[in-house]
Design a protein around this ligand. Sequence first.
Ligand code: IPM
Ligand code: MG
Length: 357
Amino acid sequence: MRQHQIVLLPGDGIGPEITSVTKVLLEAVSKKHEFELIFEEHQIGGSAIEASGLPLPDSTLKACQKSDAVLLAAIGNPKFDTLPREKRPETGLLELRAGLNLFANLRPVTIRPSLLKVSTLKEEVLKGVDLLVVRELIGGIYFAKPKGRIKTDADERAFNTMSYSTSEVDRIAKIAFDLARQRRGKLCSVDKANVLDVSQLWRERVDLLKQQNPDIQVSHLYVDNAAMQLVKEPRQFDVLLTSNLFGDILSDEAAMISGSIGMLPSASLASEGPGLFEPVHGSAPDIAGKNLANPLAMVLSAAMMLRIGLKELQAAKALEASVDKVLSAGYRTMDLADEGCIELGCEEMGKELLKVL
Ligand code: IPM
Ligand code: MG
């Protein structure tokens, strides 16, 4: 029987609740499709800080490096917001991304027909949206140096550096070109080249690659305009290629197109080694432990893990189909509540998914 080693990282807040729902579904779908998933659970984020003082213990990183795929729920806890940066939960996630060399972050945004009425955007704007945000994940202003804080007698200054090298731009852009080719052949690169040198280089490199990929239709947008176009006419986009910070912001905005941020999955990939699969949403500490969380983004991330990370295509399709079936039957978590629908807790949503899997 095929076997895959999975590291599960429940993390913080709603993380453990959505993880237990997802794990049960993965066990069921693997059994049905005749392969075995061997799970190992490790700590990251606030829960790791509490247990060991570090947001990414060495044992967690090592286990992830040895695995076939990593499935993460969410990290973050306001309790740690005032700690120095190296001791914050977010730092654990950034270290994990860097430690696994996950430079390519894929965030697909679609609207399931059953959720058209739930989004705050108009139905006619949303219908048929199918776009993919390709975000550079281990460079740019998140990681580049110098960064820090300098105190003088009278003042204090804090700074980060937004920087990309040609090789960093090229490797993420190539991924975006390849993905565009598998989709509708359209690539829009988002930058701020009218102001930033780093964006000017980014744009030059994308234009060079455009010459080598004449079958792909390439356009460029400034990030402010892209943010506007995303809510004005999201159907115009196929693949959106962008840097770490712009991708972070645009993907949260794009999440509303799918009805709720509780619906958006993601995959983070290296050129070799395990990928990391995680929902785009955070740890939602305000609803943690109350059985109110929407597990669907994590279930859909697990489906991305099956498809991209483990090449278990049929199982991935089955898991995605279960999400559609449950939503079409009118079952909703609180964030997706709609007239005439049946509101369920996180756990109950898991049970409905299992029934139709
Ligand atoms: C995301 C998150 C992270 C990011 C945080 C939690 C560090 O917002 O994955 O989009 O900024 O990348
Ligand atoms: Mg984000």
